[in-house]
Design a protein. Structure first.
Length: 65
């Protein structure tokens, strides 16, 4: 019968300054980029809601005489 051996995977601490990814994020403008992206997505969502309102209004039958 074969035995399966699972080797432990070393856990990296994201707060460790030696961790390359953590260092890269800390040294980048990632937080600023995410804030800008969030603002732009908010504007896109507002436009989408406006277009949906216009589309819904166009589908309703006209009540003008």
């Amino acid at each position: 019968m074969n035995k399966v051996v699972f080797l432990p995977i070393p856990q990296r601490n994201p707060q460790d300054p030696m961790d390359e990814l953590a260092t890269l994020i800390q040294n980048s403008d990632l937080p600023d980029l995410l804030s800008e992206l969030e603002a732009k997505l908010g504007v896109i969502l507002d436009y989408t809601k406006s277009f949906q309102t216009i589309s819904d209004a166009a589908k309703r039958p006209s009540t003008d005489v």
